[in-house]
Ligand binder design. Sequence first.
Ligand code: IPE
Ligand code: IPE
Ligand code: MG
Length: 236
Amino acid sequence: MDNKVPNHVAIIMDGNGRWAQKRGLKRTKGHQKGAQTLKKISEYIYDKNIKVLSVFAFSTENWKRDKEEVDYLMKLFIKAFKENFETVKKKGVKVVFSGVEDKLSDKVLNTMKKMSEETKNNTNGIFNVCLNYGGQDEIVEATKKISSKVKNGELNIEEIDASTFNKYLFNDLPPIDLLIRTSGEYRISNFMLWQMAYAELYFTDVLWPDFSPEDMDKALDSYNERDRRFGAIKNK
Ligand code: IPE
Ligand code: IPE
Ligand code: MG
């Protein structure tokens, strides 16, 4: 069988807290280990010739957590971005962020800006970090931008189709081919709703800090066995 490599993989990196609790550690330790996992897995993914990787780092709903955990996560993002900067540049990957600026500190925002600015001409791949992100918000924001263009006479209603709509999202990304969620939860939690219209879904009980390249291979093997029909009938 041909080895099909997905173009766009998206990951809901879940289970950091439970990983730590199981070991009698603070939840923040799970986030720390989770960041190391992301470094390893992202390198593995780009080495496999997967072009686009999206990850859910922080949802707009995650502000509901204790201040201590949220503060820790914000510091961790800055640290992780800095630590991964050289790798990203070496691999020639463009870093983009999806989400809203609201409530993020200047320190976090400046690090994000620096990363996207300095990698914007890279063409080997895309690393889309969903931070302070909600899927419904993304669709609502795009609708607002489109409506104001229509109102100003800059866009005709007839011109609006799925590919036009895509351009008004936080980033104009290709559709998700494979969505992975770790930690045994079978839900989407408001992640990339628009982009996952025809994504193949893969759920695993493995907690994100434990997710290994071998687990990634299992997800890719499963993807390979899928029969993607996009609504058509396949001639076999
Ligand atoms: C995912 O792990 C990371 C973030 C949401 C930032 P969790 O922190 O949700 O871990 P669990 O689900 O509580 O185990
Ligand atoms: C989704 O995980 C968000 C991230 C992985 C950043 P959550 O742990 O926040 O999702 P729920 O609460 O289980 O739906
Ligand atoms: Mg969780």
